[in-house]
Design a protein around this ligand. Structure first.
Ligand SMILES: Nc1ncnc2c1ncn2[C@@H]1O[C@H](COP(=O)(O)OP(=O)(O)OP(=O)(O)O)[C@@H](O)[C@H]1O
Ligand code: SF4
Ligand SMILES: [Mg+2]
Length: 323
């Protein structure tokens, strides 16, 4: 098992007090697993992804533990985490492709990045970068280009190559296919699969609103709602037979497979996710759930109801127990 996250909680310090954007989250990733992480805007996907790599000054770990390849990953200890970034864990942040500094050529930019991570054999690594650029069908002259000379899709692919150059164990790819046209999205998805298959990276968490791209690349899908995990299962189970009422609504609201889903609200269910500043007790989907009953005033545990299928819902656990 390459990654294990146990009861992780992460909060933002804010004027209104702590905002717990990741609340008691637990899941595991097996070696080679590509896990899609989906959910409405504001559900805590980026906070969870970022927390595994880099807790910035506004964020703090308020509970739980992360293990990578059998060793604890001290995510709250920035000194210890720094050398692990790029080598053991790596992040392509949301909006990364628009964040490349405009005045440095890609090759120079990568050289600087490697230097800042204390990499000595930079020429060798840059030669490997050239190889990987060609592998995914781009020309090696990308290295001598400025970011603005590349299309969005090329920049995104170059960003992913840079982030995985030192073969990290875990890659977090946050919305790497958003804002790209459908054929480029597919190319980026294929690239993630290829990099996993060639073991440039051991496992991947692909964060996205877009369930169609996850259907293409993910082995498993985890659904997040209001800072907590609602369901995790194989991609085919989530798409064809989800159990959590929220996942069912999310899947039902997809017009058809292959169509982008980036709405901030569900079409079939009235209401919005609760605020995380002062969240309600019990199941956070309760106000919108057509099946809510008295028990839902308590927080449902995220538990394995079938092998490899985890759900946080009282209705589901009662039904599974009754079988
Ligand atoms: N700096 C901050 N201070 C306080 N709260 C924050 C801060 N940044 C994010 N949040 C809160 O944390 C929650 C989760 O935000 P996050 O960006 O992780 O969601 P997301 O699922 O990635 O959304 P999106 O799909 O829009 O990218 C949101 O409800 C947001 O209000
Ligand atoms: S725990 Fe209750 S309110 Fe929450 S999703 Fe299940 S049935 Fe609905
Ligand atoms: Mg996000």
């Amino acid at each position: 098992m390459s990654v294990s996250v146990e009861n992780l909680s992460v909060a933002y310090r804010s004027r209104l007090g702590d905002v717990t954007a990741v609340d008691n989250v637990s899941f595991t990733l097996t070696d080679g697993e590509i896990m899609g992480l989906a959910g409405e805007s504001g559900s805590g996907k980026s906070t969870l992804g970022n927390a595994l790599i880099y807790l910035d000054a506004r964020m703090k770990q308020t509970g739980g533990k992360v293990t990578l390849d059998g060793k604890e990953l001290p995510i709250a200890d920035s000194k210890v985490m720094r050398p692990k970034r790029m080598t053991e864990v790596s992040l392509v942040p949301q909006y990364a492709m628009s964040a490349l500094p405009p005045t440095r050529r890609i090759g120079k930019l990568t050289g600087d990045l490697l230097k800042s991570h204390g990499v000595r054999n930079r020429d060798e690594v840059l030669a490997e970068m050239k190889r990987r650029i060609e592998l995914i069908g781009l020309k090696e002259d990308v290295l001598s280009k400025y970011p603005f000379e590349l299309s969005g899709g090329m920049r995104q692919r170059v960003t992913i190559i840079m982030s995985t150059l030192l073969d990290p164990s875990l890659l977090i790819a946050d919305e790497v296919t958003s804002a790209l046209d459908v054929s480029t999205q597919r190319a980026v998805g294929e690239m993630l699969l290829e990099f996993r298959d060639r073991k440039f990276v051991k496992s991947i968490i692909a964060i996205t609103h877009d369930l169609a791209i996850l259907a293409q690349i993910a082995d498993t899908i985890t659904i997040m709602y209001a800072g907590r995990l609602a369901e995790k299962a194989s991609t085919s189970t989530i798409v064809d037979s989800p159990l959590h009422p929220y996942t069912q609504a999310l899947i039902a609201s997809l017009p058809e497979v292959g169509v982008r889903h980036d709405q901030t609200t569900l079409t079939g269910i009235p209401g919005r996710p609760p605020s995380l500043v002062n969240p309600p007790t019990g199941c956070r989907f309760r106000d919108r759930c057509p099946f809510a009953f008295a028990k839902c005033a308590e927080t449902p545990p995220f538990e394995e109801v079938k092998p490899g299928h985890y759900v946080a819902c009282w209705k589901v656990s009662q039904e599974e127990q009754g079988k």
